[in-house]
Design a protein around this ligand. Structure first.
Ligand code: EAX
Length: 319
């Protein structure tokens, strides 16, 4: 009996062993499955698993379950994680040249942002990720950032004076809001509780993030400053990338490109919906703030730029 059983058992288990994935990608994001970050990661997973015939498996770790964006970047450097969809802000500590695209008021349309990010400047910034032991695969989109707060209407830069504003973990974002006149406080995402408990008065994010995180429940005022075009990036571990055969390295670039184009369209197709919904949710919205007052406050910041960040910003401003 035993003589028959073992070969049969082997037969049954054989297919499983044959179909086990050779490569596992653990992908980290800080946002929930409602977010566009997650939808992009899901699209990436579907493409990679299908095009590799299951030889690569992708696990999506969402809602900050594997740490903040800064921590995810550190884990990618150690190949403790293999991929992430990360907001450009916190990346500037690892890849300083990305500050060039995070400078306020340089993009006034999605098209202009695409032209720069998918063009030579954007590609050079993505290539420079390698010097941080990371891989910059492709830019996708968070959106234009706007300020909200629970205290008072904001129409001009003067109105921001002394407000405790949460910013991303980025020295540039801290400097921007300090120069505008606020009291900036860097904190990892998400921040609903800190807003509800008035630890901070306000924050700034794209309309999609404000709506998806129901910040209208704890923030009464919204001002459409569109002060920074906030990009997201498919970031990877260089150690993991170097361990892959060329065909899979190529596949990761293809899949991140297709998932990024898919996500940008999702974000833009819903742009109007979010403004209408935030009005419906009762936010008091200033759609025409005194933009000159904000631009004048941050303009001198460009003199603090150096190296490639300065080179790329000058190139963008010259266009
Ligand atoms: O990407 O930290 C932030 O404000 C980001 O915009 C948020 O993670 C969503």
């Amino acid at each position: 009996m035993k003589r028959i059983f073992l070969p049969v058992l082997a037969l049954f288990t054989l297919p499983l062993a044959i179909f086990a994935s050779s490569y596992i990608i653990n992908l980290g994001i800080v946002t929930t499955p409602h977010s566009f970050h997650y939808k992009a990661a899901q699209k990436f997973k579907n493409i990679v698993e299908k095009d590799s015939g299951g030889d690569i498996a992708v696990n999506i770790h969402h809602s900050k379950s594997v740490g903040s964006e800064t921590s995810i970047l550190q884990q990618l450097q150690l190949n403790a994680l293999q991929m992430g969809v990360i907001t450009a802000g916190p990346i500037d500590k690892f890849v300083p040249s990305i500050k060039a695209i995070e400078f306020p008021f340089i993009f006034d349309s999605f098209e202009k942002a695409d032209k720069i990010l998918d063009g030579k400047i954007g590609q050079n910034i993505l290539k420079s990720f390698k010097s941080a032991n990371l891989v910059g695969y492709h830019f996708l989109e968070n959106g234009f950032r706007n300020i909200t707060n629970s205290k008072k209407p904001i129409h001009s830069a003067n109105d921001v004076k002394g407000l405790k504003i949460r910013v991303m973990n980025s020295q540039l974002q801290i400097n921007i809001w300090k120069d505008i006149g606020a009291n900036p406080t860097p904190m990892p995402w998400p921040i609903y509780t800190q807003l509800a408990q008035h630890v901070i008065d306000g924050q700034e994010n794209p309309l999609a993030v404000i709506d998806q995180y129901k910040l209208y429940e704890v923030q009464k005022y919204l001002t459409l400053t569109r002060h920074v075009y906030s990009a997201l990036v498919f970031v990877g571990s260089k150690g993991f990338y170097d361990s892959l055969p060329a065909k899979y390295q190529k596949l990761l670039f293809k899949a991140t490109r297709d998932a990024s184009i898919y996500e940008r369209k999702l974000n833009r197709d819903k742009a109007n919906f979010f403004l209408i919904d935030l009005k419906k949710q009762g936010m008091i919205i200033d759609e025409h703030p005194d933009m000159t007052s904000f631009k004048q406050r941050v303009e001198p910041l460009k003199n603090s730029f150096s190296g490639n960040a300065k080179k790329y910003l000058d190139e963008i401003l010259a266009k």
